[in-house]
Ligand binder design. Structure first.
Ligand SMILES: Nc1nc2c(ncn2[C@@H]2O[C@H](COP(=O)(O)OP(=O)(O)OP(=O)(O)O)[C@@H](O)[C@H]2O)c(=O)[nH]1
Ligand SMILES: C=C(OP(=O)(O)O)C(=O)O
Length: 205
């Protein structure tokens, strides 16, 4: 089971503001598109039994539910790691993966390969493109013990999780800033993010 966290849209991804060019004013729609493309790619991986999104945002919940994910309220309301631990508990699954919700360039094959590689150890993680953050943390027969946040790769490493590396540029490419969004677009993003970027380049008359 893959657990994906999502804050309320207006509060999430504050580093993405101000958005460039034609994307101005589209913050919530962009955050939702990033989430939906991430969840869509995860659901398309045959290695994924299901996706559970931990969120209190009704719009986000409606969109990911339509894609085939389950949702659960962020009952702890105590930050990202509490939300992930809650999702892992609620999932009831012995094999859980926490996946960042801002990976619009994620390809199902990348996640399939990373989850397969994760069989090598009880806890594994994939670092973000900068090498300092984490985009995927897996646990099988072990507590997830998420330690996401700035510098999380070092914490997950120090906590005994095995670092996985592979040809997974979309899995590593999290989007925190407008420059990250450009880098993701260069890799190729999922349909919802792509539609927003296209509309921003070619505004309706
Ligand atoms: N359910 C839930 N999700 C969270 C929480 N905090 C962060 N997230 C989600 O976790 C993901 C990664 O978190 P960050 O990259 O730190 O995101 P952020 O706090 O929205 O971003 P900034 O405001 O730019 O720092 C984002 O998609 C958030 O929506 C939380 O308390 N609960
Ligand atoms: C939440 C994390 O980072 P960011 O704030 O870059 O998304 C992380 O990498 O653990």
């Amino acid at each position: 089971m893959v657990v994906v966290p999502a804050k309320r849209l207006p509060l999430a991804k504050s580093r993405l503001s101000p958005l460039p060019g034609g994307l101005g004013g589209a913050h919530d729609r962009l955050v939702l598109a990033l989430l939906a493309d991430t969840v869509g790619a995860a659901l398309a991986s045959p290695a994924v039994a299901g996706v559970l999104v931990v969120t209190d945002d009704e719009d986000a919940a409606a969109v990911v539910t339509a894609l085939g994910a389950r949702t659960v309220p962020d009952e702890p309301d105590a930050g990202l790691n509490a939300a992930l631990a809650h999702g892992a508990r609620v999932s009831g699954s012995p094999a859980v993966a926490a996946l960042s919700s801002d990976l619009p360039a994620l390809r199902p094959e990348e996640l399939t390969a990373a989850l397969s590689a994760a069989g090598a150890a009880p806890r594994c993680f994939v670092a973000d493109a900068q090498g300092t953050g984490t985009t995927l943390l897996t646990a099988s027969g072990s507590e997830l013990a998420p330690a996401f946040g700035t510098g999380s790769a070092a914490r997950h490493r120090a906590g005994g999780a095995l670092e996985l590396t592979g040809p997974w540029p979309g899995l590593a490419r999290d989007v925190d800033t407008p420059a990250d969004l450009q880098a993701a677009a260069a890799l190729g993003v999922g349909p919802r993010t792509a539609a927003l970027l296209t509309a921003a380049r070619c505004p309706a008359p």
